[in-house]
Ligand binder design. Structure first.
Ligand code: UDP
Length: 428
């Protein structure tokens, strides 16, 4: 007991500084992690750009928020250049400048280390090419998959000149950090984590899903206003009957694709909850006028369309039986760890790897590829929601939910990893 009090005493006055990128998919897990470490006794400072700044009222009053000027808020760059400008603001360089130990936080899957960092060749000096990397086998849990199959979505970049530099930078930043934290679960990425440990010396802590460990009364990290009316609509639906459709905070599509989705969902006969984010339809700021004429009247009470949903609550609702997603890593974790199988429609970046995990490695979803057409959509929805195939996937995600609960409990992998992380930070 005394030992425990001593440990907790040591945490007071220890301040952790989080450096945020201004994207929903980064802000939510980073604030989740901050909440977890705050509950573990650390003081928290959040440094964030003015653009897309998080709201302090949703967090404990002793969180310190520091907003820094950024080129987009100052009107100096277009949104397209903004990502590049923000890449310059990275936590490692801030820590370096202040001569503080840096912790590298990965808010995407562990597999992105392999995809985006160059790895040293075991036999000769220099780095492995992606082709060499691809030939590695994965362990029994990923069955017959090779890395190639998981990483194939990035093969189109192999000949890009920019990639080696970027990969080298990422490797450098990761290798020189004092610790690596990944928002993942040991059981989901065990084999990949084993490969990564062979290439990076800093200790790796897997304490995901952050949003589950971070559950407190200050839980909303949404930049957009959540429409909670959809929860009362879900309350009226049959158990596991609703397909939830959302493509995250950044993906966009054209008007024709929106129409195909509308007709596909309409003819599937399943109840649906569809997030049509304002600005997500190219060429319009307004989602509704872009829906086919008469569509909303036609589907009536069977459909619910919102601009932004309380997604975690939606996925935890007993009426939701499937999620058609772009496969951002947060959405993927929120879905499979909450027993909801997926229709995967990746758009860019790591979403392609995540989709392959879900469909090929975990068998917890199906891929919807090629041009979006209403018949294909209707078929995919029915395969997931009604057919035997979907029943099998639901069994798989139920198993994931149980394993996630175990991982978060005392003695579980994420719980233990958090304890070890706290020890590590105290040792700095
Ligand atoms: N999200 C939400 N409401 C919505 C759609 C998304 O709260 O209507 C949240 C979702 O729960 C997730 C985040 O936004 O935590 C999206 O992150 P993800 O990594 O899935 O995708 P990104 O937006 O980065 O592409």
């Amino acid at each position: 007991m005394e030992e425990k009090q001593l440990q907790e005493g040591k945490r007071h006055g220890r301040r952790l500084v989080f450096v945020l990128y201004p994207f929903q998919g980064h802000i939510s897990p980073m604030l989740g992690l901050a909440t977890i470490l705050h509950s573990a006794g650390f003081s928290i400072t959040i440094v964030h750009p003015q653009f897309n700044s998080p709201s302090p009222i949703n967090h404990p009053p002793d969180f310190t928020f520091i907003s820094i000027p950024d080129p987009l808020s100052q009107g100096k760059v277009s949104p397209g250049d903004f990502a590049a400008a923000m890449a310059a603001l990275n936590g490692d360089s801030v820590a370096d400048h202040l001569k503080l130990p840096a912790i590298n936080v990965r808010t995407s899957a562990a597999i992105t280390f392999i995809a985006f960092a160059s790895l040293p060749h075991p036999q000769h000096h220099g780095y492995m090419s992606l082709q060499e990397l691809f030939s590695q086998d994965l362990g029994p849990n990923l069955q017959s998959l090779k890395l190639k199959e998981l990483l194939e979505p990035m093969t189109s970049h192999i000949h890009s000149n920019a990639l080696p530099d970027l990969r080298a930078k990422m490797r450098e930043a990761t290798s020189s950090s004092s610790a690596i934290i990944v928002n993942t679960l040991e059981f989901l990425e065990h084999e990949v984590l084993e490969i990564i440990k062979g290439y990076f010396s800093p200790p790796i802590f897997t304490i995901g899903p952050f949003h589950k460990l971070a559950q407190t009364t200050f839980s909303s990290t949404s930049l957009l206003k959540e429409n909670t009316d959809c929860i009362s609509w879900l309350d009226k639906q049959a158990p596991q009957s609703v397909i939830y459709v959302s493509f995250g905070s950044m993906a966009s599509m054209d008007g024709k694709e929106v129409h195909e989705i509308a007709w596909g969902l309409g003819s599937s006969q399943q109840p649906f909850l569809w997030v049509v984010r304002s600005g997500s339809v190219r060429g319009s700021d307004q989602p509704n006028p872009l829906l086919p004429e008469g569509f909303e009247e036609g589907v009536g009470e069977r459909g619910c369309i919102v601009e932004w949903a309380p997604q975690k609550e939606v996925l935890g609702h007993s009426s939701v039986g499937g999620f058609w997603s772009h496969c951002g890593w947060n959405s993927t974790l929120e879905s499979v760890c909450e027993r909801v199988p997926m229709i995967c429609r990746p758009f860019f970046g790591d979403q392609g790897f995540n989709a392959r995990y879900v469909c090929r490695a975990w068998k917890a979803g199906l891929e919807l590829e090629g041009t979006l057409e209403r018949d294909k959509i209707e078929k995919a929805v029915r395969r997931l929601m009604v057919d035997e195939e979907g029943v099998e996937m639901r069994k798989k995600t139920l198993e994931f939910k149980v394993k996630t609960q175990l991982a978060l409990k005392e003695g579980g992998s994420s719980y233990n990893s958090l304890e070890e992380l706290v020890e590590k930070i105290l040792s700095f």
